[in-house]
Design a protein around this ligand. Structure first.
Ligand SMILES: CSCC[C@H](NC=O)C(=O)N[C@@H](CC(C)C)C(=O)N[C@@H](Cc1ccccc1)C(=O)O
Length: 658
């Protein structure tokens, strides 16, 4: 494949047809559901749905009411609307919408059971609302607001929130001046009776996330600076409606998902080793009224979401190895009762998420590699409600093969797990190892493994292994910590030993093994081809390939210094010794290097450096930089182009026969 423009090639047509067959049956209707929410009595459920009106750009978001097995639109087709939240008495739904100005979300209120337009609340000046929550008494709504120009996390696609367009001549430089007023995240309160929206958080305090702490205060994850790196040292703070700010807790690692009981008496927060903002899975800390936080024994579950059901019971979601678990923790008895666990299915986007009703039932959007999404209510009985099932999902199921959990031993004896997607028929198969980002994150059994090109590769005859190496979440904090200061160390062998194990079991053809991975997975794909010459082809996506230049060009320099446990100023430090570019002479694997031009997390120069280093050493390499993409490739038609190049690259260097 030496064409620069792959449009109209046989593979392009095949890939485009795949996406058309998947999405066309539900154009104008949701193809994916997220952010479930329910009224306190559990009688009403709402979700955010992702909707394509055409196969172009990113899907818009819209809110839907779950009506038995149907989804009824709550919001119209103008702009995007998301995060529907029921008021405590269930009469009103709050949601966020950018219908007035693209990319700038504001709070809207909709009376349930009443026809008519949602009511716009006063716009928050120079900001976009990222999340909202009702006060326990239903008189106010808390708004988390990002400045127009604030950085987005890697998992949000990186880049920044939408800046107002500046009228500048073409010759004008792109000017960076560090932190500005627009970089900050603040808290605002909408008072329903007064119809006002006023700022709560003081200047100089950046608020990453917040929820109500009784009717007169909020609890928030805060830092004194607004840059992405500042999140890693953020603390837990109480902000009174009277303006007082008090620190409640700090940690050597990261804190996330604060939750307070309705009166504010009890608090919960998750403490975890994290590599990404808003990607928090770890230990559960709970405090009783007037007492300090205590660590709860969750029975091996890394907690990813919490919600107080009442004054004493906390609903939790989390992961335990390959299992997704929903449970209730009783803070009085200290007892944990599991409601549901599954290895064949899971829920939530980055991590498991759910909503709880006051009687202790949990609402989640369940899905698995072989199970299309459906809203499920779990309590004493299991109730299945609306789902995403149509001829497009049936088509994917008909080509996607099957997914199964596999385990193997690393050279040091550590047991590693992964999810292996296998085509129909008998092996040995060509294998693509798909390495996740983070490094602290983990694969779960999800529809298409959350990447539409995975069933596409399986349909072409490739097995795809999705491994959770040391450093992944779901195996406790000690396991996550194994990658701390050790990126590109012992975790390297977790991938090569997978290869050995699958070849030995007769599943995989050792001459046709390849790599793909995004973000940290992009780093590891680039790194692995410098450490082992068995890889026949690799596709590093949004990678880090040179930790030194990454440190001085990325918007999360704190992350690499923390996770390498190093110092870029020290010659010979891990910033150098763990950088793929510094080992490019050892590589023989053809690499297709992919990046987004707007990526602030792993800037495209990272992919470019490795591409150039490989060429310098006579190794086949291509570089594709998508001008409108950030961290990852998400929008159509770039996604078709990317998937085409991926299929072609593997077909060329490790063809799937038959
Ligand atoms: C190695 S530099 C920074 C890597 C980053 N971790 C710390 O900031 C990272 O790997 N982030 C992942 C986190 C995710 C929860 C696994 C990330 O941002 N992934 C993005 C981007 C992406 C995905 C697939 C292909 C390319 C990029 C995502 O999952 O959307």
């Amino acid at each position: 494949m030496s064409r620069r423009d792959v449009r109209g090639s046989a593979t392009w047509d095949l890939v485009e047809e795949y996406f058309r067959r998947l999405h066309e049956p539900v154009m104008g209707r949701p193809h994916k559901l997220l952010e479930p929410s329910c009224s306190a009595d559990g009688s009403r459920i709402a979700v955010t749905g992702l909707v394509y009106d055409e196969l172009a750009g990113l899907p818009r978001q819209a809110c839907f009411l779950v009506d038995g097995t149907d989804l009824r639109p709550l919001t119209g087709p103008s702009g995007s609307s998301r995060q529907p939240r029921f008021s405590p008495d269930g009469t009103t739904v709050a949601f966020l919408s950018d219908r007035m100005e693209a990319g700038r979300f504001q709070l809207y209120l909709l009376r349930t059971g009443q026809l008519g337009e949602a009511e716009a609340t006063p716009a928050v000046p120079a900001g976009t609302v990222e999340y909202c929550s009702w006060s326990p008494d239903g008189t106010k709504v808390l708004l988390g607001v990002a400045g127009l120009g604030a950085d987005l996390a890697g998992g949000q696609g990186s880049g920044t929130t939408r800046r107002p367009k500046e009228e500048l001549p073409d010759w004008h430089p792109r000017v960076e001046i560090g932190v500005t007023e627009e970089s900050w995240r603040s808290l605002w309160i909408h008072d329903l009776a007064a119809g006002t929206t006023t700022r709560l958080s003081p200047e100089g305090l950046n608020i990453w996330e917040a929820v109500w702490l009784g009717p007169d205060a909020v609890v928030a994850v805060t830092s004194p600076a607004p840059d992405e790196g500042a999140w890693y040292t953020a603390v837990l703070s109480r902000l009174g409606l009277d303006g007082a700010v008090t620190e409640l807790a700090r940690s050597e690692v990261q804190l996330g998902w604060p939750a307070a009981s309705p009166s504010g008496g009890r608090l919960a927060v998750v403490e975890a080793v994290c590599s990404d903002r808003w990607v928090v899975a770890g230990d559960l800390l709970v405090s009783a009224p007037g007492a300090a936080f205590e660590r709860v024994d969750t029975g091996g579950v890394d907690v990813t979401a919490t919600q107080w059901i009442d004054a004493d019971r906390l609903g939790i979601l989390g992961i335990r190895g390959m299992e997704t678990v929903a449970a209730v923790y009783d803070a009085v008895t200290g007892k944990m009762t599991e409601l549901w666990s599954s290895t064949d299915t899971s829920c939530g986007t980055r991590y498991p998420e759910a909503a709880w009703s006051a009687d202790g039932r949990v609402v989640l959007v369940e899905e698995g590699y072989s199970v299309s999404q459906r809203v499920v209510v779990l309590g004493e009985e299991r109730v299945e409600l609306a789902g995403i099932e149509h001829s497009g999902t049936e088509y994917v199921l008909s080509v996607a093969g099957k997914a199964e959990t596999v385990t193997w031993s690393a050279p040091d004896g550590l047991r590693i797990e992964g999810i292996l997607c296998l085509p129909a028929g008998d092996g040995p198969f060509p294998l693509v190892v798909n390495i996740h980002g983070g490094p602290v994150w983990g694969y779960r059994n999800l529809w298409s493994m959350s990447s539409p090109w995975i069933p596409l590769l399986v349909a072409q005859g490739y097995a795809v292994l999705n491994p959770n190496p040391r450093g992944s979440s779901g195996r406790g904090q000690d396991f996550a910590r194994l990658v701390f200061g050790e990126m590109g160390g012992e975790d390297t062998a977790d991938f090569t030993s997978a290869l050995d194990a699958l070849v030995e079991r007769g599943i995989v053809d050792p001459t046709r093994v390849g790599l793909i991975g995004g973000s940290y997975g992009g780093y590891m794909s680039s790194w692995l081809v410098t450490q082992d010459q068995r890889w026949a082809a690799a596709v590093p996506v949004s990678p880090v390939t040179d930790w030194y230049s990454q440190h001085f060009t990325s918007n999360i320099p704190y992350f690499d210094a923390l996770f390498l446990d190093g110092n870029p100023e020290v010659p010979g430090d891990k910033f150098h010794s763990r950088s793929p570019v510094a080992h490019a002479s050892k590589a023989r694997t053809p690499c297709l290097n992919i990046a987004g031009a707007l990526d602030r997390c792993t800037p495209p120069t990272q992919a470019q450096e490795f591409h150039q280093a490989l060429l310098e050493h006579g190794v086949e390499s291509q570089l594709a930089i998508y001008p409108q993409e950030g961290h990852g490739v998400r929008a159509f038609p770039a996604l078709i182009d990317f998937s085409t190049r991926v299929v072609d690259w593997f077909q060329k260097h490790m063809p799937a026969r038959g």
